[in-house]
Ligand binder design. Sequence first.
Ligand SMILES: NC(=O)C1=CN([C@@H]2O[C@H](COP(=O)(O)OP(=O)(O)OC[C@H]3O[C@@H](n4cnc5c(N)ncnc54)[C@H](O)[C@@H]3O)[C@@H](O)[C@H]2O)[C@@H](O)CC1
Ligand SMILES: Nc1ncnc2c1ncn2[C@@H]1O[C@H](COP(=O)(O)OP(=O)(O)O)[C@@H](O)[C@H]1O
Ligand SMILES: [K+]
Length: 509
Amino acid sequence: MISAWSVADVRAAEEPLLAAGVPLMDRAAFALATQVLADLRARRRSVRGSRVSVLAGAGNNGGDALFAGAVLARRGVAVRAVLTSDRVHDGGLAALRAAGGRVVDLAAAPERVRDVAAEVSRDDVVLDGLVGIGASGALRGRAAELVTALGEGPWVVAVDTPSGIGVDDGTVPGPVLAADRTVTFGAAKPGLLLPPAAHLVGDLTVVDIGLTLTGPPAVRRLEPSDVAGTWPVPGAEDHKYTRGVVGLVAGTATFPGAAVLAASAAVRTGAGMVRYRGPDAVARTVLAARPEVVTAPGRVQSWVIGPGVPPTADDADDGQLDRGRAGLAAARGELAGLSRGPVPAVVDAGGLSFVAESCPPWFVLTPHAGELRTVLRRHGEDVHRADVEAAPLTWARRAHELTGATILLKGAVTVVVGDGVTYAQADAPAWLSTAGAGDVLAGILGTMLAGRSAEVVEDPALAAEVAAGAAVVHGLAAERADPGGPVAALDVAEAVPGTVAELLASRGA
Ligand SMILES: NC(=O)C1=CN([C@@H]2O[C@H](COP(=O)(O)OP(=O)(O)OC[C@H]3O[C@@H](n4cnc5c(N)ncnc54)[C@H](O)[C@@H]3O)[C@@H](O)[C@H]2O)[C@@H](O)CC1
Ligand SMILES: Nc1ncnc2c1ncn2[C@@H]1O[C@H](COP(=O)(O)OP(=O)(O)O)[C@@H](O)[C@H]1O
Ligand SMILES: [K+]
């Protein structure tokens, strides 16, 4: 798992070490320079004769970058420091000069921004040390002008964070130089994992500078090994009911495909049984694709409600909204005939239109940004889809506060907010943005929840962990379905057994 801590937590962890005189900046700068040397060797074979620009702002972030520049200059790299502020880390600047680095002071020569940007663009590596965890709001002044003039081109290594991102919330309030690599110190920061800033981070390298972070992380990212470690593997004493039965309310005569996709994914993820609830015509289509599916009512250990169901009750919903409502009542533990006590539920697509005012944490709502906006508006928030896309963490957290449910907000980075926990998963290739991919995710998640049904109802934070795990499996299966190429949603479902087998084989490897 990758854990990210807030700026306040990182500063609190630094404080006692700085007071004790521990040379944190030396450690950070040395690790940064070591990484840049490795990148230079990998990209152009030789370090000597290569050219690096160090963009340095007023604070300690600029200090890290300047000290790293000094190390590089001593190794034969031609280093140019570009200063964007009239204040700059004195020790770092002195070290860079002493090592033979050149200095361009943009604060003193603002008219040179464009020319300097053009020169910097031709360098082998650009170190972005304009601002780090001390950033407030969008990049301003010369730093903003320089980043805007630079645009795309050079290989960029961000120092601690890409300068100007919202370090705690992952927002991108203004111009930010997209990094190919981010070398971050002490611990990952939330904005490095969260969208949209996560798209500007490149490869993330976390450097240990000796900080001890003790409290719970602000944001986590599960890795495949985390999912492998908790996957329920059936034993000799298991049977289909202990494995977990998934109740599925999905599809209508207009959208039968969603039912097929969700059912296929649930079967392929290893459900003990999938019970399909829906109109006869759709049930026949589902059975034709997956004869394992059962259409008789009976016990269920998790519900999946809503894929391919329209948001409003009318003739076209084929009675699915009523079946969905019954499923949700059963998941609350209110309909004893369908579940013995409460069980988890995945609420997707049309199902989102009738979730009650307040939900238990074992209900996982799985909207994309447009659907989350609708959920929020129903709870009185005047919000647009673009607002959700600009600040996914903020709005997923708000939806969790308003509904009580666990929220899985879909996107290139999937954000999951549960009771006291947040996950940000970036496991899927962009090829997965295709119709039906969400139905497959709902089926995968339903099966994973059914396999740990009682635990999920008992532990308010567990639904979020399982949901993040489902995003991992979904993303890995998409990659496996066609590495580097287009994927069809049904192929993702078909790729789940192999994905799970590979995860399990990696256990203890
Ligand atoms: N405290 C320490 O000793 C350590 C700090 N570290 C580095 O220090 C950084 C934090 O240093 P600071 O607290 O000095 O803060 P930063 O260097 O991140 O930024 C603060 C400076 O940037 C300016 N600034 C803030 N927002 C701006 C904006 N939107 N546009 C333009 N300029 C802006 C401020 O005027 C201030 O001078 C970390 O990100 C990390 O790189 C590391 O060296 C590890 C140890
Ligand atoms: N650019 C992207 N990169 C990776 N995954 C994506 C991207 N865009 C969307 N996804 C994923 O694809 C799925 C799309 O789901 P959804 O929007 O519900 O589609 P549908 O309703 O057609 O099934 C989600 O799991 C989402 O996280
Ligand atoms: K930076």
